[in-house]
Ligand binder design. Structure first.
Ligand code: FB9
Length: 495
């Protein structure tokens, strides 16, 4: 039945009757679902054409499992009915009844002493009674028919999760102060037809709804990771940093580890932590002069360092891998700066994907986006590093930093960075930092006295905290939750 017919039926009934006591029975008298009548009631009530009073009732409804027992009998009755005179094995009964009915039926039938077992053979189930009274089925059918049952019965059924409470709403109706037999359709526009027919003279217009939201615009939506990445890029640019080229995910072990003075037997260089490539498994494009200096510093030291004292292997350095940190790009950029004469100070940053062969969980994947900043200049100190970290993180809205001594193979000293998070009410580790070691910088050819301060953090951690996301798969990867992307508010970092 069309909505206007439901409306006409309702108004006609109210024009000759004082009230409609129960909208559910009225809906069935019209032969329409109660929901359809409910929509008409709400529309008429909004214009005070009818007055409606809510009638809410909480009723117990059967679960799917319970409806099965109401139809086919309780599990215990089904079990007994399935046992032939000679008895049956448990496996045969489980096969016939299914796990749920078998397990529940066995317990209840044994409790009622309706079944027994053959002496010496616990697997053969015997029927011990002729008739079984199915109280459960009777109770469920009474509920299904809307008949009352005792509270104790309800409590038992709730314990067995066979009933759930459902709130149903219906209405009693009377004429409203603006009651009419036929509602005037309020115009929203003056049309050509109105003008031609002269109807425009009698038009009543619908009030403007200034609170109405605009039509949602079917546009694209930016992933929160990219929102936060852009915000952080802007912070680096405001601070005078230039972006490093991070478009090479595949890197040599040389640039990812050796150039950073990370020894070849370091655990991070094991395939348990790093993704090595099968093909091409190695690279031959390495700067030989520089490579010899790196070999030297690892084996026997130099520039005041005693090195590691092991036989450095070129084939280890030639192994290709998925970069484990963007610090590999920082190494390439610092080597490039060292070739440029005269030396000029630089501020570089990078934000891009890095890959680690680690256990994945709700907050970790085998890859993440690393954010890294570095400043290369004469005479930089740890104080400069602390200062630039205070500036950088305050622009992210994080002040009150604390620094904890740490270890990185390529920086000395190194510091973990912590900030007090007001929302989480605790100190949160927000990154790592340090001063690149001379064993890394001097073989590159950077002038004596030039230091490099650097720091790093991830993109996922701040994004998940800022957006209140607890599963990284909602943010990154094939199972991204598009509704979360569409509904996420704009992220605003900052001062
Ligand atoms: O991002 C991290 N934490 C973080 C950052 C911001 C943030 O903002 C919130 C809004 C308030 C919240 C948290 N961390 C670094 C710290 C931890 O999460 C840590 O458990 C996980 N770390 C990653 C590495 O884990 C395998 C985050 C990632 C990380 C760690 C170190 C570096 C980069 C990324 C680095 C470096 C570095 C050091 C010296 C020189 C050059 C680079």
């Amino acid at each position: 039945m069309a909505t206007r017919d439901v409306e006409a039926g309702l108004l006609a009934h109210l024009s000759t009757n004082a009230e409609i006591a129960d909208s559910r029975s009225f809906a069935s008298s019209l032969g329409v679902p109660h929901k359809e009548l409910e929509d008409v009631i709400k529309s008429l009530a909004a214009f005070r054409i009818v007055q409606s009073a809510d009638i809410t009732k909480e009723t117990w409804v059967l679960t799917d499992e319970a409806r099965g027992y109401a139809a086919r009998g309780s599990p215990e009755v089904q079990l007994v009915a399935a046992i032939p005179p000679e008895g049956a094995s448990k496996a045969a009964l489980k096969e016939k009844l299914g796990d749920v009915v078998f397990d529940i039926g066995m317990k209840a039938a044994a409790r009622n002493k309706w079944i027994g077992f053959q002496k010496g053979n616990k697997d053969l189930v015997l029927r011990m009674v002729e008739d079984t009274k199915d109280e459960l089925q009777e109770q469920l059918r009474r509920l299904e028919n809307g008949e009352g049952v005792a509270n104790k019965v309800i409590d038992d059924l709730k314990k067995r999760k066979l009933v759930t409470k459902e709130k149903t709403i219906w209405y009693s109706l009377k004429k409203g102060p603006e009651f009419v037999l036929k509602r005037k359709t309020l115009a929203t526009d003056v049309t050509r037809e109105h003008l031609k027919s002269g109807d425009w003279k009698d038009l009543e217009f619908k009030d403007y709804n200034y609170g109405a939201l605009g039509q949602p615009i079917p546009t694209g939506y930016v992933n929160p990771l990219l929102e936060v990445r852009e915000s952080i890029q802007n912070i680096f640019i405001e601070m005078g940093f230039i972006e490093m080229p991070t478009n090479m995910f595949v890197e040599s072990s040389f640039w990812n580890f050796d150039a950073l003075f990370q020894p070849q037997q370091h655990p991070a260089r094991d395939s348990h932590d790093t993704f090595f490539l099968k093909a091409p498994s190695t690279t031959t494009q390495l700067p030989n002069d520089y490579l010899e200096k790196v070999k030297q510093i690892h084996q026997s030291g130099g520039y005041g360092s005693k090195g590691y004292g092991y036989d450095w292997k070129r084939d280890e350095a030639e192994k290709n891998l998925l970069r484990t940190h963007t610090t590999a790009v920082s190494a390439r950029m610092l080597y490039k700066i060292a070739q440029e004469k005269p030396f000029a100070p630089k501020r570089y940053y990078s934000i891009d994907r890095v890959f680690r062969n680690e256990a994945v969980d709700r907050t970790h994947l085998a890859e993440f986006h690393q954010i890294e900043g570095l400043i290369c200049d004469y005479g930089l100190t740890l104080g400069d590093l602390k200062g630039v970290l205070e500036d950088f993180f305050s622009r992210l809205g994080m002040s009150q930093l604390r620094f904890k001594p740490a270890y990185n193979p390529y920086t000395e000293p190194s510091m973990e960075i912590f900030s007090y998070h007001d929302g989480l009410k605790k100190w949160v580790e927000i990154g790592n930092s340090g001063m690149f070691r001379p064993e890394m910088l001097l073989p590159m050819g950077l002038p004596e006295g030039v230091n490099v301060i650097a720091w790093g953090l991830s993109l996922e951690r701040p994004t998940m905290i800022l957006y209140g996301i607890d599963n990284i798969r909602d943010l990154f990867g094939p199972k991204v939750d598009f509704n979360l992307i569409k509904s996420s508010p704009m992220c605003r970092l900052g001062m």
